[in-house]
Structures are given as C-alpha cells and as structure tokens.
Design a protein around this ligand. Structure first.
Ligand code: HPA
Length: 284
C-alpha cells in the first residue's frame, strides 16, 4: 500500500517537504533485505529493545544470524549511547522466527516521523504479525519503583505528530492487543498495566508536564512507542509493549533526573528483563 501523497514531486527542484524516498517502498526494500540476508522465508515476530533492554537480546532462541542495523536499507546507526544498533534473528523451539532490533530512531532526532517507524514498517514487510515494543520510561506511580516492568494498556500521543498521512482512519480502540497482554501475563502474572504518554523529548519533562500527563490518565512518560504503535496498527501488526520504569518521573521523585540513572536501571534489571523476554519469545 503506497499512498500517493508520498510520491516524489514532479518538479525540477525537489520540494523540501517531500520525502526523497517513499517510506513504504523503502520498508519493502528493507523487509526483502532482511529475508535475503538471513535466508528465512518470513519473520513472524519483531522485537524492538529500547533503553535498558538491549542486553536481553541474547538467549531468546536458536541464533540464525545478526547484522548492524545500519547495513539494512533506510536504517541508521543509533544516536544514543546505550541504545544498541543490531538486528538479531533467531528461531524458537516452535519454529517461530523472531527478529530483535536493539535500538530505535527517536522523534527527537529531528529527522521526521518516517525514520521513527521504519523498523515497524520493515517488520510488516518481512511478514511479521506480532510486534513487541520495549522502552525505558519515567514512572508516575510511586508503587512502581525503578526496575518495575509495566505492560502498556493504552497510550497518549503527546507529540503532536503521526506517521500517517492523508485520510488513513486507523482504529486505535485496542492499540495494545489484549491477547498478547494475556500471553505476557502467562509468563509473569504480576505484570501491572498502565497508560504511557509519549512526549517529543529529548529534554525530560518538567514536573508540571508530568502532572499534566497524570491528570490526562498517564502512568508512564517516555519518548517512544506511541508513534511506532500507530504505524504498526496501520500495517496490521498486533502490538505488545512493555516499559521498564528506569526512574520516577520529574517531580514524583525528590531527586533530579539523569541519563546515567536510566542506563543504570537497565543494567540492574537486565537479568529479569531477559527472563521475561525469553518467556514471551518461547510462547510465540
Ligand atoms: N521521561 C521521559 N523519557 C524517559 C524517562 C523520563 O522520565 N526516563 C526514561 N526515559
């Protein structure tokens, strides 16, 4: 499906606002590149491992292969320390092929929305039906200390942006599939559920912004996931999203926030995250 709105402008001078390449065509190319490179007929599930989660990419199944994300069409090396930058392909005991990408492009990199959702569209192009998004985030609920993992029940897209262009009226009533949340809870029955608010970033929120998000219904604040989920629903992927609370959000905790704190929480939680992901990967 290639909306006409993405086609290159037919003028001699390329328009600044028109993407040089159709993002859907680029994702098709990347999807084919994944299948060719790893010699698989299709990918069944695609995992995106965000802040704190990268170390959990190992041991999720029998390895098929791995490559730098930057080797694939349309992907670039990650901009953020601690955000990985590889695609690992593996097969679980049931024969399910899972592609795990460590790192993602964030909206705050200023390259627009299409690069942010390129991985999701590539997943769909490679045949995936299931998408697992993970992230590190700030928590509003004091009962969920840093290190808590939370299933996303819903999101607030506070970025003011969308990956969709034109009259693409996607139903978002159940953005995060109940069936997959049940599957995750069959692996870890104690997983709580919450609402995630995506801010533009890259600055962390002010305490007033965190309070606003809380009054709007958010339990978690972060800088990813919602835009990817919108693109995933457009592509027909079922989405499971899991947040790692790396810190209490600004104003909820008495201390100031730092990126180092976010990284440290990921390192500390890594063994538990790996167990959780391995359980989910085995059940797909
Ligand atoms: N806010 C936004 N993004 C984040 C946070 C936060 O507090 N922690 C980790 N990612």
């Amino acid at each position: 499906m290639t909306p006409a709105v993405y086609s290159a402008a037919m003028s001699e001078e390329p328009s600044v606002a028109t993407p040089a390449t159709d993002p859907y065509a680029l994702a098709q190319e990347a999807g084919r590149a994944v299948l060719d490179r790893f010699g698989v007929g299709r990918v069944d599930a695609w995992f995106v491992l965000g802040s704190g989660w990268s170390a959990a990419a190992e041991d999720l199944g029998e390895p098929v292969g791995r490559c730098p994300l930057g080797d694939l069409p349309g992907f670039s090396a990650p901009a953020v320390r601690g955000h990985g930058g590889e695609l690992v392909v593996l097969r679980n005991d049931r024969g399910t092929v899972i592609a795990v990408s460590t790192g993602r492009t964030h909206f705050y990199e200023g390259r627009g929305v299409a690069p942010v959702v390129h991985g999701v569209r590539t997943a769909a192009a490679a045949g995936a039906r299931t998408l697992l998004l993970t992230n590190g985030c700030g928590g509003l609920n004091r009962a969920w200390p840093p290190g808590t993992t939370v299933l996303l029940r819903d999101h607030l897209n506070l970025t003011g942006a969308t990956p969709l262009v034109g009259p693409t009226f996607i139903d978002m009533s159940e953005a995060y599939a109940g069936r997959l949340r049940e599957l995750a809870r069959s692996v870890d029955p104690g997983l709580p559920e919450g609402v995630y608010a995506q801010f533009h970033g890259p600055q962390f929120e002010t305490p007033a912004e965190v309070q606003m998000a809380g009054r709007l219904g958010a339990d978690l604040v972060g800088m990813s996931t919602a835009l990817e989920t919108i693109a995933a629903r457009e592509a027909g992927l079922d989405v499971l999203a899991i947040s790692l609370v790396t810190n209490l959000a600004a104003g909820v905790s008495a201390t100031h926030l730092s990126h180092q704190e976010v990284l440290d929480a990921g390192v500390e939680a890594a063994p538990r995250l790996r167990t959780l992901l391995a359980g989910i990967a085995a059940a797909l």
